[in-house]
Design a binder for this molecule. Structure first.
Ligand code: ADP
Length: 322
């Protein structure tokens, strides 16, 4: 409690994602609206260990809806893997006066949130990652913006590939999940999409190119998800096996930045609001999720045990429309 009011901490942790600021803004404004004190914790769990925080007011989150990145900064905090440091973080949270904590991040960050909940600080996770790789939720904040960034870049690569009758092998982010690769590949008319879930060997990639050529195509985009890697080698091998001029393009961290799309801003606003209401209602150790198009919540440990595969219906469609 601060000044006799319930106090809600907010932090961003792990990899950043566009829309995190919209979630922060929503959590801060929801707390204020409901007569609670919002506290921004700086640089993820490090901020709890260092007691690096600031009390937020309404103007402190003005004009951040459209900003990429996170005004609270984010970090990986290796100390959090050790119980000794998690106990220090918990003690610091008590001393700051926190009654609950909103953690915006990926499933790694949920582990930290779950431990803190067990120690006695109710925590709510909000899915913030461009990879959409959190099993319990159909959608993660940042996914739409990142995919639109990829699409814009792929369209440009497509233009130059077309001019030169070239093949371009494009590596997109997603860590070990192929959701970004599949969706953006469909949206840009890729000749093949290679993911860890649906791998292809080099001969299958060449066959896909020959198939597309048999349908009248002279330029080809092959989308490779980050976890598959070896993008340069794939490009070299395609060129030597097909004789088609082939280039590799690794899109990299540009995919993490930029102003969030409408979808990310709205989703982040809804999830930030929902998380604070869970804490206000005495809930903890929960994660906010979208299920069947509706916002809901799950126990963090149950959420971490869930599994999410690729959208195989979309994969099938892609194969038929090359
Ligand atoms: P993300 O949240 O994007 O999946 P990470 O996996 O890097 O990113 O996790 C972010 C941070 O969450 C870590 O640096 C660490 O502080 C905390 N964390 C991750 N996994 C655990 C764990 N098993 N136990 C405690 N804390 C964890």
């Amino acid at each position: 409690m601060i000044d006799g009011k319930k106090c809600i901490g907010i932090l961003t942790s792990g990899g950043d994602a566009p829309g995190m600021n919209a979630a922060i803004r929503s959590a801060v404004r929801t707390a204020l609206y409901n007569d609670m004190v919002p506290v921004g914790i700086i640089r993820g769990y490090n901020g709890l260990l260092e007691k690096n925080y600031r009390i937020m007011d309404s103007p402190s989150v003005s004009n951040i809806l459209k900003k990429g990145g996170t005004i609270l900064f984010t970090a990986r905090c290796k100390e959090f893997y050790e119980e000794k440091y998690r106990k220090i973080a918990y003690q610091n949270a008590v001393e700051i006066g926190l009654d609950g904590l909103v953690v915006i991040g990926g499933d790694g960050s949920y582990n930290g949130a779950s431990y803190l909940s067990q120690l006695g600080l109710p925590c709510i996770g909000i899915p913030g990652t461009i990879d959409n790789d959190i099993a319990c939720t159909e959608y993660t904040i940042g996914y739409d913006t990142a995919m639109n960034t990829v699409l814009e870049l792929m369209d440009k690569l497509n233009d130059t590939s077309q001019s030169h009758h070239r093949c371009t092998v494009v590596e997109v982010m997603g860590r070990h999940a192929g959701h970004m690769a599949l969706c953006t590949g469909v949206a840009c008319g890729a000749a093949a999409i290679v993911t860890e879930e649906e791998p292809m060997d080099i001969n299958e990639m060449c066959e896909a190119i020959f198939y597309a050529r048999s349908r009248g195509k002279h330029h080809f985009i092959i989308v490779v998800s980050e976890g598959v890697g070896e993008t340069d080698k794939i490009a070299r091998d395609i060129e030597s096996l097909t004789g088609i001029d082939t280039r590799a393009a690794i899109l990299g961290h540009v995919q993490r930045g930029g102003s969030p799309t409408l979808r990310d801003r709205v989703m982040a606003s809804e999830m930030g609001n929902y998380a604070v209401h869970l804490l206000a209602n005495g809930k903890g150790n929960r994660v906010v999720a979208m299920k069947d198009g509706k916002i809901t919540d799950f126990d963090i440990q149950e959420a971490l045990k869930m599994h999410k595969g690729l959208d195989m219906e979309l994969y099938r469609v892609m194969q038929e429309i090359v």
